[in-house]
Design a protein around this ligand. Structure first.
Ligand SMILES: [Zn+2]
Ligand SMILES: [Zn+2]
Length: 358
């Protein structure tokens, strides 16, 4: 899974690809579809849907080339082209969580990048696309009734917004390395709408790489910030995967336990996940590594909540003999150099183990 290097980008509308749509009457109440791409400054793509006469998507039907035979599709219905936006992508809305995303995956099983709900792609058609389909069916009926060709210039159909549904570019774009599908989502963590794999690994490693390179030149004053960022990245990634774990059918009590897992208390969280799911999160770690990571996570807590000074809770929970009450913690380069690769290993193990769940 690859993803963009820039992190979050700002949302913006992406216009319809435009073009000219032609519907011609044919023999025996039939009709023919034609489409002409008219823009030279952007591309376009289309796919075909069988739509009921009240405008509901019934099935994706492959667009046949010259001489090819259209496979059987649900009847009675009308065939409609769904034109992409100017970036050859289509908006989608999850029927389960009603969240919007944009992708070039439009047929077959579709997985919601946010909630991982999976259904056939026809259930992900957005409301503006549905309004277009209704309008489209009306025009096909008119063509058949009046036996005359109707051409709709989608670049000029501004008086009927149904024809040119606009899409939205979202905050983060990622391309799945398994299936090459590109998707735009809000936030950074999400699943590929085609194969369902989570982009956790790509986002997590990219962020850690950045932190690791900042650590090289970090002064003693800057190390607490590097520590804070590293822990935050781990926590955000783990909390995202936690949502996947919660969505897997299990006893309500177990779901409650998973929901309340706190990755700031990293050692107990790791131990519980290993126990509940037979994960091997400490794979590649030495016996003292997890207690060390846990200690560093607790020091991070001191920096974010106690100006980096040792409090009683820290001493009680860690048994750290190197500091006394009220003493300011000093993060050494050695400690930080040891910590980052351990966070990376723990995170990578978690990603692999969640990915391997069936
Ligand atoms: Zn969803
Ligand atoms: Zn994929």
């Amino acid at each position: 899974m690859s993803d963009s290097v820039t992190g979050l980008s700002s949302k913006k509308p992406i216009p319809h690809a435009g073009g000219k749509l032609r519907i011609k009457p044919g023999p025996n109440n039939s009709y023919q579809l034609g489409f002409e791409h008219t823009s030279s400054d952007h591309g376009m793509a289309l796919y075909q849907l069988a739509v009921s006469f009240d405008g509901r998507p019934l099935a994706v039907v492959p667009v046949g080339g010259i001489g090819s035979v259209t496979p059987p599709y649900p009847q009675p219905s009308v065939l409609a082209f769904i034109i992409s936006d100017a970036q050859q992508m289509w908006g989608r809305i999850c029927p389960q969580c009603r969240s919007y995303f944009r992708t070039n995956h439009i047929s077959g099983m579709t997985v919601c990048p946010y909630c991982t709900f999976a259904e056939d792609s026809i259930y992900f058609v957005t409301d503006p696309q549905r309004r277009y389909l209704k309008k489209y069916v009306e025009v096909v009926e008119r063509v058949i009734k009046e036996q005359r060709e109707i051409e709709i210039d989608l670049n000029e159909a501004t008086d009927s917004p149904e024809w040119t549904y606009e899409e939205r570019q979202l905050q983060h774009r990622f391309t799945c390395t398994t299936c090459d599908v590109t998707t735009d989502i809000l936030g950074e963590y999400g699943s590929c709408p085609k194969c369902g794999s989570r982009n956790s690994g790509a986002v997590f490693h990219r962020k850690l790489n950045r932190i690791a390179s900042d650590l090289i030149t970090a002064t003693q004053d800057q190390r607490p910030d590097v520590l804070n960022r590293a822990v935050s990245v781990f926590e955000a990634m783990a909390n995202d995967l936690k949502k996947i774990l919660v969505s897997i059918p299990s006893h309500a009590r177990r779901r409650g336990q998973i929901s309340s897992l706190n990755f700031q208390n990293v050692a107990p969280a790791v131990e519980q996940l290993e126990q509940w799911y037979a994960f091997d999160l400490r794979n590649g770690l030495d016996a003292g590594d997890l207690p060390f990571v846990d200690l560093m996570f607790k020091r991070r807590h001191l920096f974010t909540h106690n100006a980096g000074r040792v409090d009683e809770k820290y001493l009680r929970e860690t048994g750290d003999k190197t500091y006394e009450l009220n003493e300011a913690v000093v993060l050494t380069a050695e400690e930080m150099d040891r910590l980052l690769p351990l966070i990376r290993k723990l995170g990578a193990n978690l990603i692999t183990d969640v990915d391997g769940l069936e």
